[in-house]
Ligand binder design. Structure first.
Ligand SMILES: [Fe+2]
Ligand SMILES: [Fe+2]
Length: 365
């Protein structure tokens, strides 16, 4: 089911409560009218435009935005003071254009969105989806995390903890499938991967009978596990095509970068530290960065390594084709001596169940 919307705004602050309501039903990609980021909006079912139509500069910027982002044919919802303001904009497709008036009310906006685009099934969108909301909040936290790490500022542990708790709550209300489906809306492989790993970690911890406190603890570790990648340029991380030797060597350093980030930040618990630093170690000592082996690798790390490999195999990284879950599980079973086989056997039904649900969902959609 389609649930993505693109929001272009130069006054999102004024509409904050409405937008947070929107995020319970839709996956919202938010952009400021002043942003220099160039998105492709043509594959979004709807574009919500919340800009000052009395301002000539804003109108000019909007026309330019439509051109460069291929937004011309996309159904639009304008948030306006007066409907007459719309005449200031040249629209190619007036039939699929809707307006809502200020002061903005969530119900008006919701109804205008479903009227604007045939891609939406109104009744299926009515129910708020905790997983969708939690995934968007986690995505924002991960983006902020990457920014503060690059600026060498303090990490907000409170936000990471809150996200770990929210993910556990949201998945308890919905399901792991809801979580993974919500996460699949993210276009960045790196963030999507982290959120996939967090959801699969929660499902695995649940299957193993972890307490609520321990579930939050391992989900927090999963959210942080690739934090060291914030030190690596995004075009190296999310680029397609084969990596150069130099870029590959840089990526191999991310567990070390991650531990350095946690140590400089201070106050991080040993479980998170190990999950960040050791998740690419293998039981036979062939992993990295320290070539640890056997008992030197703790249980949460062993769980994370398995999930990390599985999540990487089944996701669609730019330039690579994902493999099916059976093949991913077979790959784990072929790693005898490298990963913990008791954990692989325990993880198999969890992973296959989740992936079967996803495939059923995709087939029905
Ligand atoms: Fe990693
Ligand atoms: Fe990872």
């Amino acid at each position: 089911m389609e649930c993505r919307v693109f929001l272009l705004s130069d006054r999102a602050g004024e509409s904050k409560p409405v937008i947070s309501e929107l995020k319970k039903r839709f996956f919202v990609t938010e952009r400021s009218l002043r942003s220099t980021q160039i998105d492709n909006v043509s594959n979004f079912p709807v574009l919500i435009v919340d800009i000052d139509l009395n301002n000539d500069q804003a109108v000019g910027r909007f026309q330019k935005f439509c051109k460069v982002t291929k937004a011309d044919g996309v159904p639009k919802v304008f948030v306006v003071e007066k409907a007459a303001q719309l005449s200031r904009i040249k629209l190619n497709d007036e039939d699929s254009t809707q307006t809502v008036s200020r002061p903005l009310a969530f119900n008006d906006l919701f109804e205008a969105i479903v009227r604007a685009s045939p891609a939406f099934e109104r009744d299926r969108l009515l129910e708020p989806k905790p997983c969708l909301e939690a995934s968007q909040n986690s995505f924002l936290t991960l983006s902020a995390l990457a920014r503060v790490v690059r600026a060498e500022k303090k990490i907000s542990k409170r936000h990471i903890d809150q996200d770990a708790i929210d993910i556990c709550r949201a998945v308890a209300t919905g399901s792991t499938l809801d979580w993974l489906t919500a996460v699949n809306n993210h276009h960045s492989y790196t963030f999507r991967h982290t959120l996939h790993v967090a959801g699969l970690m929660l499902a695995f911890a649940e299957h193993l009978g972890f307490t609520d406190r321990d579930k939050v603890r391992v989900v927090r570790g999963a959210l942080m596990h690739d934090v060291g990648k914030a030190k690596i340029p995004t075009d190296v991380l999310d680029g397609d095509g084969p990596l150069s030797f130099k870029d590959q060597a840089l990526i191999f350093q991310h567990p070390t970068f991650g531990l350095e980030i946690l140590m400089n930040d201070g106050g991080w618990d040993p479980v998170t530290q190990k999950m960040v630093y050791q998740h690419h170690e293998l039981l036979d000592g062939s992993g990295y960065p320290k070539k640890l082996s056997g008992d030197a690798i703790s249980d949460p790390v062993r769980m994370l390594t398995i999930i990390d490999i599985f999540a990487d195999c089944v996701d669609r990284r730019a330039g690579t084709e994902p493999v099916d879950p059976d093949t991913a599980i077979k790959k784990l079973f072929s790693m005898t001596g490298k990963v913990d086989m008791d954990f692989v056997r325990a993880f198999e039904p969890v992973a296959l169940k989740v992936m079967e649900d996803i495939n059923t969902f995709r087939a029905a959609a």
